[in-house]
Design a protein around this ligand. Sequence first.
Ligand SMILES: CC(=O)SCCNC(=O)CCNC(=O)[C@H](O)C(C)(C)COP(=O)(O)OP(=O)(O)OC[C@H]1O[C@@H](n2cnc3c(N)ncnc32)[C@H](O)[C@@H]1OP(=O)(O)O
Ligand SMILES: Nc1ncnc2c1ncn2[C@@H]1O[C@H](COP(=O)(O)OP(=O)(O)OP(=O)(O)O)[C@@H](O)[C@H]1O
Length: 774
Amino acid sequence: MDLVSLALALRREAAATNERRALVIAGERERGYDLLESVLDALSVGITETTLVGPDDRLRCEQVEQTGADELLGTTRELLVLDAHADLQPNALGMVVGAVDGGGLLVLLTPPLEEWPDRRGRFSESMAVPPASLADVTGRFVGRVAETLRAHRGIAIVDADSETIVDDGLVEPAPLQLRTSEPATPLERRASTESPMRFPTAAYEACLTGDQADAVAAMESLFEPDRAVVLEANRGRGKSSAAGIAAGCFALEGSDVLVTAPAARNATELFARTREIIDSLEREQPDSEPAVDATRDGLDVRTSAGGRVRFRDPDAAVRTIRTGGECSDRAAALDPDIVIVDEAAALPVSTLEGFLETDRVAFATTIHGYEGAGRGFSVRFRDRLEEASHEVVNRSMTDPIRYAAGDPLEVWSFRALGLDARPPVAPLVDDATPDRARYRALEPSALLADESLLREAFGLLVQAHYRTEPNDLARLLDAPNLTARALTVEGHVVSVALLASEGGLARETRAEMYEGGRVRGNLLPDVLASQLRDEDAGEPSGLRVVRIATHHAARSRGLGSALLERIREEFGEEVDWLGTAFGATPGLLEFWGDNGFGAVHVSTTKNAASGEHSTFMLAPTSERGRELADRHAARFIRRLPAFVSDSLADVDPDVIRAVLRTVDASPSLALSDHEWRVVAGAAYGPGRFDVDPGPFREVVCRGLVGDSTPTDLAAADERLLVARVLQGRAWESVAELLEYHSAGQCRRALGDALVPLVEAYGTDPALEVRDRFS
Ligand SMILES: CC(=O)SCCNC(=O)CCNC(=O)[C@H](O)C(C)(C)COP(=O)(O)OP(=O)(O)OC[C@H]1O[C@@H](n2cnc3c(N)ncnc32)[C@H](O)[C@@H]1OP(=O)(O)O
Ligand SMILES: Nc1ncnc2c1ncn2[C@@H]1O[C@H](COP(=O)(O)OP(=O)(O)OP(=O)(O)O)[C@@H](O)[C@H]1O
């Protein structure tokens, strides 16, 4: 068989099964393009159905760079060509495979497969983090891709240089078994369930799979108040469409449905289904007005029953819900009846929480995305959803829509990119304890040799962290600055940490950082040098815990702490410090604080993904590390009063309290006699905080920094001291935030909260004031 016949045979097979096939053309690049041209001529796929992903615009079709492959998300092509000669971006590979339609073909242009792992492209360069260089970056990830291409079905491999077919990739599917009965249609499936059908039958006729019908049926529960529906699915299972069909049905009933998603373009499929169902049902009613698109982009659809489906970006959507009818913006003023959040996993948890203020809400979320295997939704938001008053209806969707179940390219890409990596099932680890656990390194070679170890370790990292992507798997295997450690029980991973070497930088690199230049990796030295203006911060060497996770079935038993302890034992002699940076929550700050990490900085802006401010922490392991940590802790407490009232004024007071508690330094307190009289006057007498906040801030910092907080200070007092004194929030907003009846009550409470601080630190003039008023 020649290459053209092979390509035609692959396409035929793909079309017959509604699966996808891949053709790898491996060899010299120009030769590969020559062969590709002949394949394209023979396949005669339309230009609009073909895309080349690669560095040069060489074919007569759309072309995008690998770094721009996210344009393909949510779209499909019959033919996708990925030119991986000069570079392979792991995330792009995932997105490209995801965009091949059922019946379609993926063509990969690669160097000779045996040489491919030795090539270094832009992605490899991005892993050359100083002091390491490109020569230290390995090619294991590409080796894994090549090996899995060889091993998986449905993937043909052609040697372009010798023009030989190494593997024809044909699966030769058995002819379809004669079925004794036709499977139920989505409508029949819905009709066969016990619950009465509340959407019109057309809604179920519009569904493409039984799973989708189940999802639409779950959405019917939003007819009742206090319901939250969660639709979880891999990509391309039709969850957005299910939500769109349901939105249309509610609007046909006269409801106002607000749809939100990270970006308007994410909502196009949803609105397409909404419009289809509304158009089809309104056409049946002779005297009805047609659905009106009030906006040019089609993201506002109305029905003759007065219903509406409209898009708002997430922040505007939350504002709409919070302000309800009191909003001055007329368009936003309408309080929606139902809110649908699409691609919820890509939104910050703080934004998601805002949607819980509405009583009928649906979240559609991707489990294994091609752009990332993010599970932020399940990791962080699930608990909060369970605590809310809504009754939660969960549906997961597994039947793919764009191609048949069991499609070989999905199986291959999930394996090669770790997209379906999962932690061990709970029963395997739920009796894990620190003394039964074994500490082990997860060397790349060991991970490659043991697929189940790799799946468990990477799966745990994915599950624990919002947006762990194929790029992260590649980094784990190839980046010279990264390493991983785990605790296992009976061979199963129960706790895992990803570690990055940082610091140990040459003088020139440090100077570059200090002068604002971009130096790869080295997050902590970079923040300390470029933002906190410490040119020497990159000199000591350190180990940053990039990510740590304990299996959810074994948390709070000391495993995470034990893992950190073992890491400290192993690396303590080699490095000067351990460090970490993460989206600050009170619980996590407590975990790190208990493990000897002290905060030295909090980012001035929120992390776009987590919606939280990052905290930077150090735990010294040598004298040099101690000097670095002490210097930054001392500077941190010095700048705290001004810093918190400025950049951190909107942060949750509990986060600020937790940050302060971890700081490894004690602020000095040098108020003048007069200043002490002012503070004591507000604590015991008619004095006022707002006429001279400076001395109060110093006293409160002294009280809340470190772990020697006066014991009679209650948590509620601490919150008030943070919100009013340190953050400088107005009385009214503090009263509202902390649920005081009035600003006046809040004022009086502040006086009381100051008392333990004056008792603990006040000098004689302060005590004289106290005695005078008591
Ligand atoms: C750089 C980073 O990776 S930061 C991100 C850390 N990872 C995650 O958030 C992933 C999800 N969480 C986890 O996997 C785990 O909770 C870890 C890794 C944070 C802690 O692992 P564990 O094995 O539970 O740690 P360990 O048992 O030693 O300590 C638990 C203590 O940490 C604190 N803690 C940790 N996380 C939380 C939290 N989310 N909320 C409240 N307290 C917490 C508590 O003090 C807890 O003790 P408690 O349960 O008695 O109240
Ligand atoms: N009921 C339907 N009618 C017509 N087309 C549909 C239907 N359901 C899904 N599709 C098509 O299948 C593809 C995947 O559907 P959809 O975008 O709803 O899935 P998804 O699970 O949200 O996937 P993704 O996460 O990739 O957005 C889309 O191209 C969509 O047009």
